[in-house]
Write a protein that binds this ligand. Structure first.
Ligand code: ADP
Ligand code: ZN
Length: 801
């Protein structure tokens, strides 16, 4: 398994190398050897000798440069050993960076990720250490700062100009030279003169890039908790006091929107800080708004627990990321708030991890390593003895199932803090509306009326449709032509403002034709069908010409601050109706919103995914939670073509448990998560035959590793929904001591072609993941695929397309 690096690469030089390195290995046979994971794509680790002068500074997590073949490559020390089973060790060339960047704990976590998610350790390592930090030349930026010197003796005589500038410096005490020059219009020479007189000092200093530097935040005090909240916090505190080895240190906090979860997070963090430990707070990228961050900064920016709050998200520049990371590593920031990858923040010691909106799919990384930050959080919590709190108004079925079987401790908040009622939800049957209005309407009469009312009362409305663009497809009613993406197996979406047909998968763009492009047809009455947010906005403008309407989706957000600007305008009452995609469904507080309309609630039900119902339930509940957060009771209109679907009906009644109970039955019957675990293998390439043959080969290889077929147990189940394309084909159940394996496929993926690649899938299911990951890793190690066919392994996939 472990090799010495490169001595066979040299061939005829071997003897000379033996002389050199044989000597080294003699010297170090007693002292120390470092086991190193290299950053280049290799699945192995290598042993190196530690030269005596480097020895004091080398530990687990130290980043090093080591010889590898004729080159030098970067790596991380994963273990320090007294001896190696290999001789001829080559020495570590040098140490990179001043301090070790990875804590041993985070390194352990990286190894777990590599094993569990079947990816190479160096890929896992790249995730836990951001590029901005890993690069050898990454460092803090230094700038010249001007600082006042304490005056001794009689002050020297100054000109009026010099005195003015000195006054400015005294006011700031210390400021970047560049800023002083801009503020005063002075030249560097003038400042040098002040320095010569001993009044100020000019020196280079680290200038931390603080993305929130210009914001004024008013400190807040803890709020007195209500009984439910107090009990909840008490149980979390008790868990923090329990010995590390004790069970049940992971909580699922199920609390309706507005039940005061965030206040509990804040007070639990305060408790962690009192114990001298730090905390990580994960929120979905989309909820990581300045508003959210400020709530945390405001609580910990003053008082005895004062600490920096570091923020990590994907919009930081490399420099900002580097600085935030080091603030954490140096222990100056003990609270980290961030999106998915913040779970790897080097907080040490770590006392608490919070995963807010734990059901959110954005916690799953859709590229290798395909980890789920919530699951990594639970594992990291166990490894480091930290308490983990998963919070949601609509928990994932996985987490709620874990709570029900006692793996997590369930905490429940059943009421809103302000005792407000949940909004009234009205489901409107759009089939009946269609008969009344002739054709498929966008707005039911009831929703139209409700909007009119809000406009009269000067209250605000949010309209939600989970699809951007104008029409979903361009179709010729005469010859049946549908505008398809040339690269993907989806139809193109018409965007009217831009007058373009766009592919939402690959971004392909084409001019919208005015007649049918089929040479034999040329029909001028070509039709745009389906509905997107753009058309909702247009229709609305026609119905309510005086309303102030704004649309918010990824098409209207072009600049970095658009999101903030639109929400700011909405909050300030400059917008009457906000139309948008799921972007507006999440955690925003708008007291004046008393109406929420969901245009087509069943759009998300018709996805080829067994979680379609769960997703719809979550979405409806979240969107409905936007209504009535002020003094006026809220109203929600859900327009649907399948109004009696359980996902819609349970959401209408705000009944999570009811939804869970019926949904879990379906999952049980079909052996889907949380009652089984899934590994999804997707093969892709430009030659469809090659992809299919490769996928068949992969299946054959897997069959060799998974136990023999048990006679008598065969398919049995037909999928209830359009849920599972691959399962239909060659489903087969294999039995082993630990449970049952189900292998389905290969079959074309639901998204059969994307960005010119054909895609085939094999879906594996088992009761427990460990055996399955192991079998896949073993298969991967020997698998030979054609160069132009790639395979992606997705453990616990969230996206099945
Ligand atoms: P959630 O995170 O569950 O949506 P929040 O923690 O954001 O709920 O609470 C909603 C609002 O109620 C916030 O403005 C918060 O400051 C306030 N709040 C929370 N707990 C209390 C309490 N015990 N008494 C009064 N107000 C509270
Ligand atoms: Zn495309």
């Amino acid at each position: 398994m472990f090799l010495t690096a490169g001595n066979d690469v040299f061939g005829f030089l071997e003897f000379g190398i033996y002389l050199v390195f044989g000597f080294w290995s003699l010297v170090f046979s007693l002292s120390v050897v470092a086991r190193v994971t290299l950053e280049i794509a290799l699945r192995k680790e290598f042993d190196y000798a530690i030269p005596p002068d480097l020895a004091p500074r080398i530990d687990v997590g130290t980043r090093v440069k080591v010889p590898f073949g004729p080159r030098q490559v970067n790596g991380v020390v994963t273990e320090v050993l007294e001896e190696s089973t290999h001789t001829n060790l080559r020495p570590i060339a040098k140490i990179i960076g001043a301090s070790s960047l990875v804590t041993p704990q985070v390194l352990k976590l990286a190894r777990w990720i590599a094993d569990y998610y079947c990816c190479a350790p160096e890929i896992a390592l790249k995730s836990v250490l951001p590029d901005a930090v890993r690069k050898e030349d990454a460092h803090f930026k230094e700038r010249l700062f001007v600082r006042v010197n304490p005056v001794r003796g009689a002050p020297p005589k100054l000109t009026k100009r010099q005195q003015d500038i000195l006054n400015v410096i005294e006011e700031w005490r210390e400021l970047p030279l560049q800023r002083l020059l801009t503020l005063t219009g002075a030249t560097p020479v003038t400042i040098r003169k002040l320095e010569d007189k001993g009044l100020v000092a000019i020196a280079p200093q680290v200038d931390e890039r603080d993305p929130y530097a210009n914001e004024q935040i008013l400190p807040t005090e803890p709020i007195v908790l209500n009984t439910e909240q107090a009990t909840t916090l008490q149980r979390i505190k008790l868990a923090m006091a329990r010995p590390q080895s004790a069970e049940a240190r992971t909580f699922l906090l199920h609390g309706v929107t507005g039940s005061g979860k965030t206040e509990i997070y804040l007070q639990a963090i305060a408790h962690t800080l009192e114990q001298g430990k730090g905390a990580i707070v994960l929120v979905p990228e989309i909820s990581l708004t300045p508003q959210t961050v400020e709530r945390f900064k405001a609580r910990f920016s003053s008082g005895p627990l004062r600490t920096l709050v570091a923020v990590l998200h994907s919009h930081l520049s490399a420099g900002e990321r580097h600085d935030e990371w080091h603030k954490i590593r140096q222990g100056r920031a003990r609270i980290v708030i961030g999106a998915r990858s913040a779970i790897f923040a080097p907080v040490d010691p770590l006392g608490l991890i919070i995963v807010d909106e734990e059901h959110e799919h954005s916690y799953k990384q859709e590229e290798s390593p395909r980890y789920h930050a919530r699951d990594v959080a639970v594992v990291r919590g166990q490894m480091e003895g930290a308490v983990v709190v998963l919070g949601s108004a609509t928990p994932s079925l996985e987490s709620y199932h874990n709570a029900k079987r006692g793996k997590y401790e369930l905490l429940e908040l059943t009421t809103r803090v302000d005792d407000q009622k949940m909004p009234i939800v009205r489901v409107i049957d759009m089939r009946a509306e269609g008969r009344k209005q002739k054709g498929i309407p966008i707005f039911s009469n009831q929703l139209k009326e409700a909007i009119t009312q809000r406009l009269e009362r000067r209250e605000q409305t949010i309209l939600f449709l989970n699809r951007r663009g104008y029409s979903t497809s361009l179709q010729c009613p005469q010859c049946g032509y549908v505008a398809q993406c040339p690269n993907c197996s989806v139809s193109l979406t018409f965007h009217r403002r831009a007058a373009k047909l766009l592919c939402h998968i690959c971004g392909h763009s084409a001019n919208a034709p005015s007649v049918c492009p089929e040479s034999k047809c040329r029909n001028a009455a070509i039709r745009y069908s389906g509905l997107g947010t753009e058309k909702v906005e247009d229709t609305l403008a026609k119905l309510f010409p005086h309303a102030r309407i704004t649309r918010m989706d990824s098409d209207t957000l072009k600049r970095k601050d658009d999101y903030r600007r639109i929400l700011g305008d909405f909050r300030a009452g400059k917008i009457d109706v906000l139309v948008g995609t799921q972007m507006i469904a999440k955690g925003l507080h708008f007291p004046n919103v008393t109406l929420v309309g969901i245009i087509y609630a069943d759009l998300s039900l018709h996805m080829p995914d067994f979680r379609a119902g769960e997703r719809t339930f979550q979405l409806l509940t979240q969107v409905a939670g936007r209504a009535g957060r002020g003094d006026v009771e809220g109203e929600v209109f859900v327009q649907a073509f399948t109004p009696f679907h359980p996902a819609i009906q349970y959401a209408r009644r705000h009944d999570f448990v009811g939804f869970y109970d019926q949904e879990i039955e379906f999952r049980e019957q079909l052996k889907y998560p949380p009652l089984a675990r899934i590994a999804l293998l997707t093969l892709r390439g430009r030659n469809e035959d090659k992809v299919r043959l490769s996928a068949e080969h992969v299946r054959t290889e897997l069959e060799k590793l998974l136990p023999e077929r048990a006679p008598g147990i065969l398919p049995g189940q037909a999928p209830r929904q359009m849920s599972d394309a691959p399962v239909r084909q060659t489903t087969e159940i294999r039995q082993d001591a630990g449970g049952t394996f189900i292998i389905a496929g290969p079959a074309p993926a639901p998204l059969a072609r994307a960005e010119t690649f054909y895609r085939y899938q094999i879906m594996l299911r088992a009761r427990a993941m460990t055996k399955l990951s192991r079998a896949i890793a073993q298969m991967q190690a020997t698998l030979a695929l054609p160069d132009d066919v790639l395979m992606a392994v997705d453990i616990d996939p969230v996206n099945l397309a």
